[in-house]
Ligand binder design. Structure first.
Ligand code: GGG
Length: 352
């Protein structure tokens, strides 16, 4: 195995804390797994950088990142910086410039984790949400006219290309084929008669190449209800950028919360580095208190190892996290415990 070069962007708030914990786990694995080596380079980009320099990352930031095997990111967001500035200044340029067109967000109900839903057995919820990640509603096309006047106009255009839509749906079918062979496409084609009817058309076309995969199509409002009422009926779900973003907060909530939700922004062609970040944001309310749940970031590090081909090490992370959760002794306040962030990581390390 080569030495993997990892660009680390802790970002803001709890991002800084959780990325440090994920890195502890990666370093522990490198000590015990023959041939597994990392070279980390940390970049202090984010809201603090913005306050000093007026931008979230340097002008040549993308050129710097391009040379790495992967990017490991914590979170972005700061109460003193508008949220659209943080997202459009760092997260979205990386996803779009490196064509990380797939956002993979698994949601698994682990043994020992309290779910807000009644009568759900461990493992009964196991879904994989595939979110389109480079276009759709987040394409950043639009503008505001005659600002601040009575006649002000704001336009936000959605961009759905055949290339972009087909490739994300195809990726989702491949995932479904490797899992329980069921794929749900989520749209809102009763109301959005152009973009979403187009998505439905492409979904049906691509489905012809996957006769072994059972399909369903749902409106996003119905899907939201079903994520709560019958989450066990979902296997793989594919959705646009906005719908995937919203639905994955919901899927995280039903399996124990954002503290357990990992994510990967993938460029499956590997032409550019992929980026791995927990679903959660910077959580300024608990930042710096040492109580953030590091498990989402640790599982995210596992997704990074999986994508880099270090499958055995990735499986060790999943097993160790599952063991800590099942034991239930060491858990942060979001899961009803009193443990500190570092104690959770220590427990994961003990179980590796
Ligand atoms: N962990 C990365 C982060 O800070 N996420 C916050 C967020 O709002 N993300 C929006 C998105 O994933 O599109």
């Amino acid at each position: 195995m080569p030495t993997f070069t990892i660009a680390v962007i802790p970002g803001d708030g709890v991002g800084i804390e959780v990325v440090a914990e994920g890195r502890r786990v990666l370093e522990a694995l490198a000590r015990r797994e023959r041939g597994l080596r990392f070279r980390f380079a940390t970049f202090g980009w984010g809201s603090a950088y913005y306050k000093k320099h007026g931008r979230m990352m340097p002008a040549d930031g993308l050129d710097t990142l391009r040379k790495f095997d992967a990017i490991y990111l914590g979170a972005v967001g700061d109460p003193k910086v508008p949220d659209h500035v943080t997202l459009h200044g760092l997260l979205f340029p990386i996803r779009q410039s490196f064509d990380q067109y797939v956002n993979v967000r698994p949601a698994v109900l682990y043994a020992g984790v309290p779910t807000p839903l009644a009568n759900k057995a461990p493992g009964s919820i196991d879904m994989l949400v595939i979110r389109e990640n480079t276009e759709g509603e987040y394409a950043d096309v639009g503008g505001r006219l005659i600002r601040g006047t009575e006649a002000e106009v704001a336009i936000q255009a959605n961009v759905f290309t055949r290339h972009g839509t087909e490739r994300i749906i195809r990726f989702a079918f491949e995932q479904a084929r490797a899992r329980r062979k069921h794929l749900t496409s989520v749209t809102k084609s009763n109301a959005l008669a152009h973009s979403m009817v187009f998505w439905d058309d492409v979904f049906r076309e691509v489905a012809r190449d996957y006769p072994d995969v059972q399909t369903s199509s749902m409106l996003v409002d119905a899907a939201g209800m079903s994520f709560v009422r019958r989450p066990e009926t979902f296997d793989v779900v594919v959705a646009s950028n906005l719908f995937g973003d919203i639905l994955t907060d919901l899927s995280a909530a039903v399996v124990g919360g954002m503290g357990l939700a990992p994510a990967a922004n993938l460029n499956p062609t590997r032409k550019f580095p992929s980026m791995f970040e927990p679903v959660h944001g910077s959580a300024p309310d608990i930042a710096g208190k040492g109580i953030v749940n590091p498990i989402a970031a640790i599982l995210t590090a596992g997704m990074m190892l999986d994508f880099l081909g270090a499958k055995r090490a990735a499986a060790q992370i999943r097993r160790a996290v599952a063991a800590v959760l099942a034991e239930g002794k060491v858990r942060t306040p979001d899961l009803g415990g009193r443990s500190k962030t570092k104690e959770v990581t220590a427990a994961v390390l003990e179980n590796l």
